[in-house]
Write a protein that binds this ligand. Sequence first.
Ligand code: MOS
Length: 746
Amino acid sequence: MSSVEDWAAPNPVTENRSGLIGKAVDRYEGPLKVTGTAPYAYEVVPPSPAAYGVMVPAAIASGRIAAVDIAAAEASPGVLLVWTHLNVPEQGARGTKVNPRSTATAAPALENDRVAYFGQPVAFVVADSLENATAAAHLVRLTYEEAPPAADFHAHLADAAMPRGEEDTEIGDFEAGFAAAPVTLDQTWHTPLQNHCQMEPCATLAWWDGDRCVVHTSIQMVKPAQHGLAETLKIDRDAVHLLTRYIGGGFGGKGQAYDDLALAALGARAIGRPVKVTFTRQQMFHGTVHRPATVQRVRLGATADGKLTAMSLMTTTHCERNGHFTEHASNFARSLYAAPNRLTGHRLVKLDLPGAGPMRAPGEASGMLSLECAMDELAETLGLDPVELRIRNEPERDPETGKPFSIRQLVRCMKEGAQLFGWDRRLPFPGKVRDGRWLVGMGMAAAIRGNFLLPAKASFTVDAEGVITVRQGMTDIGTGTYTVLAQIAAETLGVPLKDVRVEIGDSELPPAPGSGGQFGAATAGSAALDAGMNLRKAIAELAASDPDSPLFGGPSEQVTFQDGVIAIANRSESLADLIRRARPEGLTAQGEIRPAADARNWSQHTYGAHFAEVGVDTVTGEVRTRRMLGVFAAGRILNWKTARSQLTGGMIWGVASALTEGNAVDPRYGSLINQDLASYLVPVQADIGELDAIMLDEVDDKANPMGIKGVGELGISGAGAAVANAIYNACGVRVRDYPITPDKVL
Ligand code: MOS
């Protein structure tokens, strides 16, 4: 590897703090998105008119399909095929693979007669129109042998077991430390099951070009989906061309492929024309993963002057019968506060419910709703300001691993936030501030979320027009990937943004891990920076060796790149002129990033502090957020606008988890009761008062060559706890059962 190998080497691009990197640049694909002309997978125009596939969901949560009658569906107008497990084409057996180097294994659709969850796709209809396919789907007759589902999490808490391959982490002697503490807290919090509710449902459009399958699908990670489909179809993985150009929200729910992918590909092969399949809005709730509910027990022991001596967060959560996903709600507590005696861990209950999976800030989003409220309660017990209590427990090194922090500006986030928010106007006792029939209060919470870097590649090409094209098998789930890649290209090659094209979301492009775990921008961006620096070098060498160039003779190390012009002192020519003359077919360079060898020597996180002011209606119990401020430290920011948007979006999601959001399970049927965006309540613009996110100046030189970190999951982490703490400060009611609906406040 090349220029980014040595992260400490001087780099004219990353050191230019007045350049494009970091600027509040508008979204690259913004005009396409807001005019509805960025085609989602279902909207891509195929080479010939597509037929429409509709999935039939199971009506039971547990059991088997005893009998099938598809005669009426097959006879229905426009129907091209009807499949159940009895006649679906052969697929790879679950978990197997035929391509030895694939990153995924086969996941057959309509696999067998078993039903593992309510809403599982159990039949598939393709017809000439969506209406005909939908009508025929209703005519598929399935007879079930039902087994009573175990779907009630709270009724099955006694079944909780240690998750596979995990153990609790204990430092010191928690029980002894807790027993000896002069001041203690022991409380339990509940968070509900939540659904991602992406604006764009999961969907796939597939067609075959000879033996090659072309699929446009809505997914966060390109390679696993490409490889998984190849295994399911039992074909060479290079025979699958998977594209995901524009994505209407992911949040972790599109981190995996669902049956729409295999069924569209199989259907298109069977009928010899393109097939597109979408989950309906209702089907999304059962057919894709959710954030599972949790029960979290927090125990804190402290000295009278507010030093934690014992700290425990134990989480019980659930996943599907055959699954292993664990909502790691206790993990963040391992790095947040100092305490000599510590115990954290998880227990898992297997239920007959749809799959549990990652959802924005998996772990922190749920877990910070307990511990950050417990800290508020402890502060009150001790007569300390909640900010002060946290400062008194600020660790010097990672409290569990003992590793040094790469950089940790949590205290600065809290102090600057407190000042900007007017935290000194908060009264320490609840129920004292009135505004008409509203009681008003303030609350705060810390934010922490891990930071990661994964291996990735990228390529940059300059053409004879001087236009730079970025190519990377990366995704943009609404986060700003297109935009930050364009900024990095423009900055490294010294061209205006309008002269950059970004091509992502394609399995034939240099591989990148995709979007998730807030690693996307740092990972994709670091590979892009490397490609940009390599292309710079190649261009400089081309100019220096071209007798027709004013830059002939070099020295190539001194070539500067600005406004589409390359120069050495007062010798210059346009980038386009050079390429047109010396390399008319274009010049390409590759880039790559890998985690540094010593990456694990550091405790590396992103941090923040949330401040919230709420009003509680003393008549109805309704809570309104009036003001919210988040102050964050997340490394160098690539784009102030898209980063702030990620952070404020996360904070609004935190308001949702505090006040409105959660699905209810019907234990009789193993089904989720809310199945649309009318009954699944999330805040809208009118629910959010003043809201701002501020990013501290920070460069994490242990993170990657640009010193950037992720922000996509930081904003939600802790935000809901600040709201819950503000509710207590307003009206004196502690609600530990989320969401905090009016009935619980009154
Ligand atoms: Mo994420 S919840 O790792 O997309």
